[in-house]
Design a protein. Sequence first.
Length: 307
Amino acid sequence: MEGVVLGFATIAVVIAVGALVAHLGIVDLAAQGVLARVSFFVATPALLVTTVARADVHDVLSRSLVATVVGVAVPATIYLLAARRWRRTAGERVVGALASSYVNAGNLGIPIAAYVLGDAALVAPTLLLQLLVLQPLALAVLDADVAGRRPRAREVLVGPFTNPLTVGTLVGLVLSLTGWRLPEVVAAPVELIGAMAVPGVLLAYGISLRLGPGFGGGVPRGELALTSTLKLAVQPLVAWAVAHHALGISGAALLAVVVCSSLPTAQNIFVHATRYDRATTLARDTILVTTIGAVPLIAVVVLLLGP
């Protein structure tokens, strides 16, 4: 359990620093936007290059991936169907669906997989599914929504390849598949820039918590309850049911699937929501609720399914 506590405590401290500097007047709400944009366009793409390059892409082609996919699809679909009652735009529905199913597989999943599951590579199927499939599709819809029109088939297929996050992911994928290594003169600055992605996102999140709308401000309570419940309850239950009963996965592999599905909503969703100005408060508050709730949830999962 040390990895769970350490991972969540580290995130909480950095978020608190962001809220503190905002409270003291050192930064204003505009700084949150600047940090989010720098993270989106510069730091996170650099981080994705190094993260995906180190991942074992072959782990994606496993039975665990099937359970992970279904675990993501079910809560996302439920939200998309339910969102009609709140008359959300296409971009807002995308952010809500991501908040309900897109897990913090990077800065939380990797350390938790290492400390709790004993192998950081166990988070690879979830990480790469999100980076190579979910994120590009979501960003294509968000780009089209901001432009004020329906996404065209060509945009869904080609548009993501112009997005900096997708480009960073694809560069990392090429490096992983080929075994190539970036020259040190390139790798060193890329790693240095990538290192600011996670703290940048967390600081921006803390600033928003302090200076942005109050908790639940402008978001229907039922919608926030839905996204949080889908993320904390439905996703891990569906992943467990598919993995255990449909695919016969057991032991450490089953624990890995369920723990990864129990991770809270990724802070990246807040960056996307801020970047496109879509459902920002819903993303922010869902991240807060699920991050708090994931601590006891993962502890219970480990107790029930662990060795």
